[in-house]
Ligand binder design. Structure first.
Ligand SMILES: [Zn+2]
Length: 254
């Protein structure tokens, strides 16, 4: 599956809308949803027939990560190789498309997922024992079967996040604006292999709220400086998180 940002390849509409590559399909309903008021999360399911999972789904994200089942988690191995920095301010978040070549591997499962994009939320979408973090990074990966595996990294206010230094330096300010810079991000070694994470089956946290997504939220938190958090909120808004959803019959593993 190619991920060139051409509008003619929108056969997998859900995935590609998610990736921000289908403005033609996305423009209508996509532009209408927001994080507050009449187009806020409680109303997403009413905004478009395509968004009905936001209301009707039983395996929605984010969730509060609590009462998790202790298990031996398969190791996540991040085989990232860096990608030229490119950022899009889509009005909901800052999104970084990623060039082909970086993967999340789960050797115990013999599975490999390609890193396709990264973006941010503030405050965090997932909570731990009811507590929000200042921000959350979502690293969106796609398997060969099209299935998505999203790695969440929770960030508290603290030291400047050096991994995100360049991302913040070139963050586009206007909605619809895009920046590029001659630096590489998500380089090799940026994330260590780990078995310490929460996992569960969930959904996109933005419309159309499609389910069947494997979520893995790292237990190791990182930090972002107060300035970094403020700058992100300035560019896309102070609230860019969907409230936590009912866990229902799901198991949360860690
Ligand atoms: Zn997200």
């Amino acid at each position: 599956m190619q991920y060139t940002p051409k509008y003619g390849i929108c056969r997998l509409a859900v995935t590609l809308v998610l990736l921000g590559f289908c403005p033609a399909i996305a423009a209508d309903a996509e532009s209408k949803w927001s994080y507050s008021g009449k187009t806020g999360p409680e109303h997403w399911g009413e905004l478009s027939a395509e968004f009905e999972m936001c209301t009707d789904g039983k395996n929605q994200s984010p969730i509060d990560l609590t009462a998790a089942v202790d298990t031996e988690q398969p190791e996540l191995v991040f085989r990232y190789q860096g990608t030229p920095l490119r950022e899009i301010n889509n009005g909901h978040t800052i999104m970084l498309p990623v060039e082909t070549g970086s993967y999340l591997e789960i050797p115990d499962w013999g599975k490999r997922y390609q890193l396709v994009q990264a973006h941010f939320h503030s405050p965090s979408e997932h909570t731990i024992d009811g507590e929000h973090f200042a921000m959350e990074i979502h690293l969106v990966h796609q398997g060969e079967d099209g299935g998505l595996a999203v790695v969440g990294i929770l960030m508290n206010e603290g030291e400047e996040n050096t991994m995100l230094h360049d991302v913040w330096a070139f963050m586009p300010d206007q909605v619809g604006a895009e920046t590029q810079a001659p630096v590489r991000v998500f380089n090799a070694g940026v994330l260590r292999p780990t078995r310490n994470y929460f996992s569960y089956n969930g959904s996109l946290t933005t419309p159309p709220c499609s389910e069947g997504i494997r979520w893995m939220v790292l237990q190791e938190h990182t930090t972002a400086s107060a300035e970094q958090i403020a700058r992100f909120q300035q560019r896309v808004g102070t609230i860019t998180n969907r409230p936590v959803q009912p866990v229902n019959a799901r198991n949360i593993l860690y």
